[in-house]
Every structure is written in C-alpha cells, then in structure tokens.
Write a protein that binds this ligand. Structure first.
Ligand code: NAD
Length: 357
C-alpha cells in the first residue's frame, strides 16, 4: 500500500533536506504518493501568499504531511506559515522528542525526553495590539478600568488566552502518548503561582486529567525551576506537557541538551491531520550549499513512519541515522568540523545503511 503524503519542501535549506529525507524514507521500501505543495518565501513570490490554499487543502485530504522549514517574511503582516498551519488545521499538539545520540557532541549523554507543547493558545494566539494604535488605547482604557490598575498608554499589549477545552486536550494527549509509547511519567509545566487564571487553570485541569491515568506518574513543576532541573538532573524527567510559549522555549533547551537543532525532530498533531517538521528553521545563509545536517528532518520522517504504523521501517531509519553518526565518517560540518561531507552524501550513507538492515 502506498501512503498519500503532502510534501512541503519549504524554502531556504528546506528543499535540500527534504530531498535527503525522501531518499532515506524511500530506502525503507515503504511506498509514498508524494503530493508536493508550496509554502514560504518562494510561494509568496509565486502565489502572492506564503501559505496557498492548495497546500492546506492537500493536508486536509491526505491527513499527513511532512514539511521543510519556511522563512517568516518580515514586514508583510504575515505572522508565520507554521503558526497559520497549526491553527488552520487545528494541529494542537507539538511533539518534540529529545534523545541523546553517540557521536553528537553534547554536555549530556543520557537524555531521553519528550516535549508535548500546546499549539493553539497562549501568547502565541496572535492577539496583539500595537503601541499607540487607536484600538490599543481602547483596550488599555478598558483593561485599566476592569483590572483596577493603570496601564501606560505607551504600552503594547499581548493577550494570553487559555481555555479549559484546550488545556484538557493537550494534557490528555500527553497521557495518551505516554501510554502508547510506554513512557512512565508526565510533568505539567506552568507558572501557576503568578499567572493564576491562565496557568492556574491549566494546572487545575492537568491534575484532574491525571486522575484518569493512574498507571502513569504525574507531577508538576514551575517553569523557571524546570529550566534549572533540566540542566542539572534531566534524568528525572520523561514526558513534559507545556502551554505554547514555555513549550517553545523549553523544547529549544532540550534540543540543546542533545547537541542542537540539527538533530531535533518534531510533529504537529491534531485529531484530523498530522504535519511533521524538524524544530530548526530555514537557515537562509546556508541555502543551496549542500552543507546542513539532514538528520532532524530524517528523524522527523521516522516519526511520520511511526504515525503511519510502519514501526519496523521507523526503527530502521533511527538505527541507520544512529550508526552513521556514531561512525562519524559521512556526517555534515556540525558533527565533523574536520572532514565534513555534504547534505546529500550524508543522506545517501543513511539510505544505504537502511537498505542493509
Ligand atoms: P535556524 O534554525 O534557521 O538557524 C539557526 C542556526 O542553526 C543556523 O544558522 C545554523 O547554524 C543552525 N542550523 C539550523 N538548522 C541546521 C541544520 N539542519 N544543520 C546544521 N545547522 C543548522 O533559525 P533562525 O536563523 O532563527 O531562523 C531562520 C528562519 O527560519 C526565520 O525566518 C524563522 O522564522 C524561520 N523558522 C522556521 C521554522 C519552521 O519552518 N519550522 C522554525 C524556526 C524558524
């Protein structure tokens, strides 16, 4: 059976790492019907929008997409292709595993964490008011009255909405993920001591949802303490579930714990569709140079194989990546600064290893 999958190469380094990922995934023998679609800066030039409707339609139809990074155009009023994709397709859970690999230089060697980040609310919801605009002054006047506190008319304002429904579904997702993937503990991360009506609500709901999963340990941590704990004793943690903004920041921290963005995969999951993408961006300064590390998107491809139920193929890809990186002979500049190979050569080595497994 061939899987229909929407393929969005993106821009910057996106097209070259996407080519690399496709080569490795096809080496597993799993068949795909790639529906290639555009998004990002190049789409903006060609279609007048960085996110054409046809791209969204394709993901709605296939239910599964894999995406290279896209540059956020500055000064167009368009916030981000990724944020728009997550909101329009209701991809409410961002899953970012962080696992140490031998051969990737890092201060730690035993990291095995999964970040589950809420994707649709919080300060990321895009409800913002620009300093000095009439609507902003109106909001300030209203808020000052309602909160009984003076807000300077000079202020810019960002709104942080949390709903019980969104809090519940992300925490439930984290527990279901943990059960399915045999993880032992979920830690809810928050700042409920200060943000009582948003993070406080989130924590209250997390505690209630945890009651339905007595087989999985549950605890909570305040986000600042969590940061310190993660760099001091990461081995104490397993699956972390976080609101949008903390999830964004902490998942870069955990990517740092395993050696950086070049090896960190990710997935955006909803009830109707799943869109897989690495954590890193479009690194425009390296575009078209056949230089950057394809590992993050290749491991993202392995996450997609798991989602499709192709567990043996996913394991082959993960083993092949780990082997090639451990051997250190055909790896990119970030892993072997002395004798690096290019993006496609590394992908080819991984694809050959997949075929030999
Ligand atoms: P970036 O991740 O593109 O690059 C930061 C640095 O990380 C690079 O200069 C490079 O040194 C390193 N790096 C990134 N990917 C690498 C790889 N595969 N191999 C080796 N090294 C790698 O972050 P940025 O410079 O902050 O963002 C550039 C653009 O990407 C921005 O427009 C940003 O909005 C966008 N972005 C897109 C996504 C996405 O599409 N999912 C995610 C983050 C940022």
């Amino acid at each position: 059976m061939a899987y229909p999958v929407t393929l969005i190469p993106g821009d910057g380094i996106g097209p070259e790492i996407t080519r690399a990922m496709v080569e490795v995934l096809e080496a597993t023998g799993v068949e795909f019907i790639w529906d290639q679609q555009e998004a990002g800066i190049d789409a903006l030039t060609e279609f007048g929008t960085p996110l054409p409707e046809a791209t969204l339609e394709s993901v709605r139809k296939t239910g599964v997409g894999i995406k290279g990074p896209t540059t956020t155009p500055v000064g167009t009023g368009f916030r981000s292709v990724n944020v728009a994709l997550r909101l329009k397709l209701d991809l409410y859970a961002n899953v970012r595993p962080a696992r140490s690999m031998v051969g990737v230089k890092s201060r730690f060697s035993d990291i095995d964490l999964v970040i589950v980040r809420e994707n649709t609310e919080d300060l990321y919801a895009g409800i913002e008011f620009e300093r000095g605009k009439p609507a902003t002054l109106e909001v300030i006047e209203h808020l000052s009255r309602a909160a009984g506190k003076t807000i300077s008319p000079e202020a810019g304002i960002s709104i942080k909405p949390f709903t019980p429904a969104a809090c519940e579904r992300i925490v439930r997702f984290a527990f279901e993920y943990s059960r399915k993937n045999k993880r032992r503990k979920v830690t809810a991360v928050h700042k409920a001591n200060i943000m009582k009506y948003t993070d406080g609500l989130y924590l209250e709901i997390a505690r209630a949802v945890a009651q339905d999963y007595p087989d999985i340990e549950f605890e909570d941590r305040i986000v600042d303490n969590m940061c310190m704990q993660l760099v001091q004793k990461p081995e104490l943690y397993d699956v972390l579930v976080l609101p949008n903004l903390y999830g964004d920041i902490i998942s870069d921290l955990t990517a740092g714990l395993i050696g950086g963005l070049g090896v960190a995969p990710g997935a955006n999951m909803g009830d109707q569709a799943a869109l897989f993408e690495a954590i890193h961006g479009s690194a425009p300064k390296y575009a078209g140079q056949d230089k950057v590390n394809p590992t993050a998107l290749i491991l993202t491809g392995a996450l997609m194989l798991r989602h499709l139920g192709e567990l043996a193929a996913a394991e082959k890809v993960e083993t092949a990546v780990a082997d090639v990186i451990r051997e250190g002979k055909t790896v990119t500049y970030d892993l072997a600064p002395q004798i690096p190979v290019g993006t496609q050569a590394m992908a080819q080595a991984i694809a050959e290893r997949v075929q030999s497994l």
